[in-house]
Write a protein that binds this ligand. Structure first.
Ligand SMILES: [Fe+2]
Ligand SMILES: [Fe+2]
Length: 300
């Protein structure tokens, strides 16, 4: 049996952010307006405090491994990335080992993606088996379970476009990587959902663009569970005709009144989930909903 903690979408920011002249021609401008004037900043005003409390739980609750599914920052500035990694305790030996993937806010503009800000700041949480020297996907074994990091985030020029894509080249590598793994449940960690709570793909400007191809390749790779964020409310989708494996969205761990993280106990191919929710009155996380899932892909 292994125990994991899953958190996501902490959306930490830094002052000063480090604006440069070129940023004025990017979607950082509309992103900043959304932050400053349209309420996004207010929704995350307690994020630094909640992230501190989260880190204490991560260090003290006896997890075997941590799972972070992206959106560490607001606008993908290097200053924000370094601060977020520090607040979350990346590289802190008092925390369990961890696996992390970027969200769309971590590759907010081309400069964030090309500068590999996320991969630099979160390098200790990106250790694993790879295909050649490609950064994604990568896999690490925790007890009897394979955790597989798939990058579904990419930068977008259009201010309203928050969509993602895994891409054919990474999917080819996912096939190759999975073929090299030995027995055990295979759990993907990625930023984007396959389907939203209604079991439909998200709207075009928010979805994983190649969601159907990703779903099919992951199923062929024997993936038994997909852990993600991106949507800030949490939900669980059991497997069905439209989804060959279950998916779990942890939602945002720091957004006011949505704040929470998940504990997973995986025993064989059975998962018990415990949601923990932040309580501002006590300044601590407390147990909330529970759920159970059967991981797919078990040998017959
Ligand atoms: Fe997010
Ligand atoms: Fe996101």
């Amino acid at each position: 049996m292994i125990r994991l903690a899953h958190f996501s979408d902490v959306h930490l920011s830094a002052r000063p952010m480090g604006w440069a002249g070129g940023d004025l021609l990017t979607k950082r401008v509309t992103g900043w307006f959304n932050l400053a004037a349209l309420g996004r900043g207010k929704r995350f005003q307690h994020a630094p405090t909640v992230a501190d409390v989260l880190r204490r739980d991560l260090a003290t609750r006896g997890y075997d491994h941590l799972v972070f599914s992206g959106d560490a920052t607001m606008l993908g500035f290097e200053s924000e990335m370094k601060l977020a990694a520090k607040v979350l305790g990346v590289g802190d030996p008092s925390l369990p080992p961890a696996i992390a993937v970027p969200g769309n806010h971590d590759v907010y503009v081309a400069a964030s993606e090309k500068g590999r800000f996320f991969e630099a700041a979160f390098a200790p949480w990106q250790q694993g088996r790879r295909v050649g020297d490609h950064p994604y996907p990568f896999a690490t074994k925790v007890g009897h379970v394979w955790l597989i990091a798939v990058n579904s985030a990419r930068s977008n020029k259009n201010p309203i476009d928050a969509s993602g894509r895994v891409g054919r080249a990474q999917l080819d590598r996912l096939r190759e990587l999975c073929a090299s793994l030995d027995a055990g449940p295979r759990v993907v960690v990625s930023h984007y959902p396959i389907l939203e709570p209604s079991r439909k793909p998200e709207p075009w400007f928010h979805r994983l663009r190649d969601w159907d191809r990703v779903r099919n390749v992951a199923a062929a790779c024997g993936v038994g569970l997909w852990l993600h964020g991106h949507k800030h409310g949490w939900y669980v989708l059991p497997s069905g005709a439209d989804l060959p494996f279950p998916t779990v969205c942890v939602g945002s761990s720091t957004q006011s009144n949505r704040w929470g993280y998940h504990e997973y106990a995986i025993d064989g191919w059975h998962l018990k989930g415990q949601r923990r929710v932040y309580d501002p009155a006590t300044g601590a996380f407390a147990d909330a909903d529970t759920f159970e899932l059967k991981l797919t892909g078990a040998p017959r």
